[in-house]
Structures are given as structure tokens and as C-alpha cells.
Design a protein around this ligand. Sequence first.
Ligand SMILES: C[S@@+](CC[C@H](N)C(=O)[O-])C[C@H]1O[C@@H](n2cnc3c(N)ncnc32)[C@H](O)[C@@H]1O
Length: 205
Amino acid sequence: MGIYEDRILPRLVDLTCGMRALDPLRERACADLHGRVVEIGFGSGRNVPLYPSAVESVSAVEPADLGWRMAAQRVAAAPVPVERSGLDGQRLPFADNTFDSALSTWTLCTIPDVLAALAEVRRVLLPGGTLHFVEHGLAPDPGVQTWQHRLNPIQKTVAGGCHLNRDIAELLTTAGFELREVDRFYQEGAPRPYGALSLGVAVSN
Ligand SMILES: C[S@@+](CC[C@H](N)C(=O)[O-])C[C@H]1O[C@@H](n2cnc3c(N)ncnc32)[C@H](O)[C@@H]1O
């Protein structure tokens, strides 16, 4: 990783992803997590204070060292063990059928081979295990989609490989998940190309 990816991007991610307005969305995504949890794209640990009491432990997967260091206070204050256990969602260092639930918030946009990562999440989830997510991606409206396709090359360059135009529901079903619930809406106050959200739960059978 270069200086931008190593030292600047994790701080930008912490700032943009740390907006208070996102907390209610994080809370909804985290609400039904339980048991052993794997969180991919842990970032600076913005979800940690929102893990519900049914969570027993969290294995955090995050490539950015600075992101993990910025999470230190939240991790220390967590009522459950939170360990950095992997660096890449595309290659998870866990045995098959290890976790009850998985969490991904604003991360599926960025992982280069997102289908490989989703296959890994399915592999490490127990049968019937659930992936809880809130992600931005392809908007439902063609006019917004046009802008997303146009802005995508710039976004990928300045935001560490983040794609604006990934169809989150389609990726999940292509990866073999069954969508238990998915709410699609525009994030209040965000420009629509950046704020087309999918929030829900997908089941791995
Ligand atoms: C937009 S940030 C979201 C961070 C965090 N999930 C949140 O909600 O605040 C995307 C995160 O995905 C991480 N990431 C990038 N490539 C990844 C990969 N291959 N596997 C796992 N995480 C990755 C980035 O380092 C970054 O922390």
C-alpha cells in the first residue's frame, strides 16, 4: 500500500463513515447479530458500540493497520472479545462453518473480488448463518445509475477502489445467499449516486 492508502485513506474512511447520521443505519444492521461474528472491512470499529448483547465474540477482518489502531478505544471498551483475525475478506483464515453471523457495512463496494469474499463468508458461516449488511451500491433509478457509472472511475481512484455501481442484492444472490430482508432507500442528505443503500439480512443455506 502507498502513503495515501496507508495513512490518509483510513482517516478519510473514519471521518466519512463516522458521521452520526449513519449510526441508526448501523444499529439496524447490527440488531440481530448473535453468537460468533465475523466482521469484514472492520475499518476503525464504528460498529463496535452497537453490537447487541447476543454477540459472544467478533473476529475482525481489516487490511488497514491504521484503521485497526484507530479502533483501539472502541475495541477496549467492547463487552465482548474483538480480535483482528484476518486481513482480506477474499481469503478468510477460518475453518468452514465457524460463525453464526457475519457483518459488512459499507465494505462490499471496495473489496476487489467481491464474489470471492462473499463465497468466503458463506464458507465460514454455519448452515443457516446470516450476513447482516448495510451497503451503498447501484441505485434503483436509471437516471441515478447513469451518474454512478460516470462517477465510478473517479470514485475508485480517490476512495481506495470503492465502486458506486455494484448491485448488492444481485451480488448476494449470485453468491448463493437467500435474501431474508432487504430495504433499499436513499441515505438522507447524501447525493443519490453515493447514498443508494441496501440494508438487510441474507441467509447462507
Ligand atoms: C468504506 S470502509 C468501511 C469501514 C467500516 N465497515 C465502517 O462501516 O465504518 C471500507 C473498508 O473495507 C476495507 N477493505 C478494503 N479491502 C478489503 C478486503 N479485501 N477485505 C476486507 N476489507 C477490506 C477497507 O480497509 C475499509 O476499512
